[in-house]
Ligand binder design. Structure first.
Ligand code: RUQ
Ligand code: CUA
Length: 635
């Protein structure tokens, strides 16, 4: 090993490349390595980063490892997932609230001091104005907040603040607030936008309503949190400040300037706490006509899309998608203009700052700039939709473009390694392209999306790898793998679910009227009980507890001729409802391969004709329970 290092170092020195050796332990394939070496992660070894890609209108999150670009898993969020029973078991079904889809755009990792802390991942469902929180302890969705009152779609969402004090949402489409029947032609008069600040409990991540601000009926598009000097502010782009309500593709591109809204979230919360809000639809709404000092507008040329704050928090970078520049605003100048009361009128009570007063620079990046991410060396990386390129530019004088790379094709978002935090790692960027065209084997007219891994460590960006993704990542975030410490089993001692049982002797079937509760165990390789007797017409609730504490030993529970299937992980209890509609025999089985005798893990539901007399409690025969108990003791 040592010899190998000495030899390769000698080789690098002869090549004059030693000075370019990457300093970071997680870097793979130093200078001179081929693209293949740089993405190669040996069998059995792990990647340096987790990447969380939004699933778009698939309504979930895809997890990849970087730099190998290996797909690891899907986290179901807004959409049922039959393999694991998400949206099928009672708890997750209740969380979905009757919706069976979502359109997830922007993952937002929780932060402490402006850096990812690996605790939670937030993601928006744009059309239904919801935000979900996933715990990264077990990669499971824990809460879905919303539909948020008064909001029509949440696109500028969730974009957490530096200590995850808030996640945000803003109406992509404006609508009447409160929503009621009006003529669409009365748009300017009757429609309004909403910016919502959703509080996050610092201990357990629980989301709750913080405040809402009534905004002009523009299309609120994207957001980012201030940090460092701009901590306490959240920035939102908008288009359609023309307030068109039809043929937007023409009418919403007329004005020279649209806006970035700068929201002082501490002042907004304070105003709500002081009782200055009006309750609308159950949410406290602040009207900038009455409550001053909570929100300001900064003019931005040509229908901006992304807004991104640089790592130091000094600059706010907005990309006018119909121009060829990124407009960079200085937070210090913005603050000075506000403090000096230098405004250029207002829009529906929101003071407008003067463009010249707050602009720091325009960077001629290229056509169709959408989103910007950052590295650790003072560079910004902007995706160019129309040029199908990424432009690398200096954040600071002379504000020039220093490199460009082609991507395939039509890039939307991009994700750099921890590239929207206080401390980006500067190793990689992934281009999230909207079109893949000819990049992969054809699978018919529905193409996969195309993601591309690019190395940022050298002086020039280098394309390393292409990988397809299923529909449709918008934004994504990449976090150093060592920040996450997922559990591998649920500790049985912490299982206090109401349906849980922890001993074979407690397995039973209880009946009250026509409600039947089955308290059972799933342990290799047996359902206890494996014969369940019910009556036609009964409502049957199966509560299965997986008592195993071994890695990777999940059991399934699938019932024939039904939509009922779920997975029960080690240490977990899950409840599923099944209706006994017809007298007869219904088999059930373990749907998740668990052991050599997995195929034998099955049981029967005996459904007797309506009204057949039944004991209120059935227990499996004692010798059967004893067998299982013995099995558990040898565990
Ligand atoms: S968007 S391609 Cu839904 Cu974030 Cu910019
Ligand atoms: Cu239990 Cu398969």
């Amino acid at each position: 090993m040592k010899r190998w290092i000495i030899l390769s170092l000698a080789g690098l020195v002869t090549l004059g490349l030693a000075s370019q050796l990457p300093g970071c332990a997680s870097s793979r394939g130093g200078a001179g390595a081929s693209a293949a070496q740089k993405v190669y992660v040996k069998p059995g070894e792990h990647d340096a980063y987790y990447a969380f890609l939004s699933g778009g209108h698939h309504g979930n999150i895809y997890v990849y490892g970087m730099p190998s670009c290996r797909y690891i898993t899907t986290i179901p969020v807004f959409t049922p997932e039959p393999a694991v029973g998400y949206g099928v078991d009672e708890e997750s079904k209740a969380m979905l609230g009757g919706f069976t889809w979502g359109d997830a755009h922007h993952p937002g990792l929780s932060e402490t001091d402006g850096d990812y802390d690996g605790r939670w991942l937030f993601i928006n469902d744009m059309p239904n104005a919801r935000i979900a929180r996933i715990a990264l302890k077990d990669f499971k969705t824990k809460q879905i907040f919303g539909p948020i009152a008064n909001l029509s779609a949440a696109h500028a969402c969730p974009f957490p603040t530096p200590n995850t004090e808030y996640v945000f949402a803003a109406s992509r489409f404006s609508a009447p607030v409160p929503n009621r029947y009006v003529k669409v032609e009365d748009y300017a008069k009757e429609f309004r936008g909403i910016i919502a600040g959703i509080k996050v409990d610092p201990k357990d991540g629980t989301m709750s309503m913080g405040f809402e601000i009534l905004m002009p009926p523009f299309h609120w598009d994207l957001a980012d949190a201030g940090k460092g000097p701009s901590h306490g502010w959240e920035f939102f782009t908008c288009y359609n400040s023309e307030m068109a309500f039809d043929s937007l593709e023409v009418k919403a591109s007329q004005a020279e300037m649209d806006f970035v809204a700068a929201v002082d979230w501490r002042a907004s919360q304070k105003a709500v706490d002081e009782g200055k809000a009006k309750m609308i639809g159950g949410a406290p709404v602040l009207d900038p006509n009455q409550v001053k000092g909570i929100v300001y507008l900064i003019p931005v040329p040509k229908s901006p899309h992304g807004v991104d704050v640089n790592p130091s928090g000094e600059y706010i970078c907005a990309s006018g998608k119909l121009q060829a520049d990124v407009s960079v605003y200085s937070f210090a100048k913005m603050k000075a203009a506000i403090d000096g009361g230098k405004f250029d009128g207002d829009r529906m009570g929101v003071p407008v700052l003067k463009y010249e007063d707050v602009l720091e620079a325009t960077v001629p990046v290229g056509l169709g700039p959408l989103h910007t991410q950052f590295d650790d060396k003072g560079n910004g990386y902007t995706s160019l939709f129309l040029d199908s390129q990424i432009a690398k530019w200096k954040v600071g004088p002379p504000w020039n473009v220093v490199d460009k790379i082609d991507v395939y094709y039509s890039i939307g978002h991009l994700m750099a390694s921890e590239g929207d935090t206080r401390h980006p790692t500067g190793e990689y960027v992934v281009a999230l392209n909207k079109l893949s065209k000819d990049r992969f084997l054809s699978v018919g007219p529905t193409h996969p999306e195309a993601a591309q891994l690019i190395d940022l460590r050298g002086p020039k960006m280098e394309l390393l790898y292409d990988f397809p993704t299923y529909l449709e990542p918008h934004y994504a975030q990449m976090i150093r793998a060592e920040k996450l410490k997922p559990i591998t089993v649920y500790p049985m001692a912490e299982n206090n679910k109401p349906g849980a049982i922890k001993r074979a002797e407690d397995a039973r079937v209880e009946r009250k009227g026509n409600r039947v509760d089955v308290y059972g165990l799933v342990v290799r390789t047996h359902f206890t009980p494996d014969i369940v007797r019910v009556n036609e017409g009964d409502d049957v609730y199966f509560h299965w507890t997986n008592l195993e504490q071994d890695d990777d030993i999940a059991h399934g529970f699938g019932i024939l001729w039904s939509n009922c299937n779920m997975q029960v992980e080690p240490g977990e209890t899950k409840t599923m409802r099944w209706k006994a509609t017809k007298a007869g025999i219904t088999p059930f089985y373990c749907s998740n391969f668990c052991s050599a005798l997995h195929q034998e893990m099955q049981g029967y539901i005996e459904v007797s004709p309506r009204g057949t007399p039944m004991a209120t409690v059935q227990r499996p025969e004692p010798e059967k329970t004893a067998e299982v108990a013995a099995l558990l003791r040898t565990e």
